[in-house]
Design a binder for this molecule. Structure first.
Ligand code: HEM
Length: 130
């Protein structure tokens, strides 16, 4: 009975826009979203890669499509999703080993993940896309 009374008193906030997540929370959500997006896009990316290598003509078509600024922007976003997932994944593996689990270190490592993944995205994007 007392348990029911306590449950009823719990505050409910369904206004997602008013919830202020800490940085490690934002990182965690992006890690989950990036994992799902990468998983769903994997067949598409493999198919694109395979068809680009089918013949010199298909490679030329692929190159011209990838040359479009909008496609480059989308690919840059995908590179960032992968880089974020990769860097955040390494952070999670370290957390699993109990490295950096206090609040201060968790915040710092979140900043590092964002910084390194964005820097790697810009470097790879500059080398591969431009
Ligand atoms: C195309 C490649 C990849 C795909 C499709 C993928 C997909 C996923 C998915 C769907 C999850 C579950 C996310 C969740 O529900 O929270 C996940 C988690 C994870 N991924 Fe990946 N991943 C990929 C590459 C990588 C790489 C390269 C690393 C290396 C660091 C990595 C490290 C992790 C880790 C450590 C977790 C577990 C995080 C946790 O403890 O919550 N992943 N991945």
């Amino acid at each position: 009975m007392a348990e029911i009374a306590i449950k009823k008193k719990r505050p409910k906030n369904l206004d997602l826009l008013s919830i202020r997540l800490p940085l490690p929370g934002i990182l965690s959500i992006i890690h989950r979203i990036s994992g799902a997006v990468l998983f769903l896009l994997l067949p598409v990316l493999l198919w694109l890669f395979q068809s680009s290598l089918a013949s010199p003509e298909s490679f030329a078509t692929f190159k011209s499509v990838v040359g479009h600024p909008l496609i480059k922007l989308i690919l840059l976003g995908l590179i960032w999703l992968y880089m974020h997932h990769f860097c955040a994944g390494i952070r999670y593996l370290l957390l699993d080993l109990h490295k950096g689990i206090d609040l201060e270190s968790a915040r710092l490592s979140s900043w590092i993940v964002f910084g390194v993944s964005i820097a790697m995205t810009l470097i790879i994007g500059a080398k591969v896309l431009w």
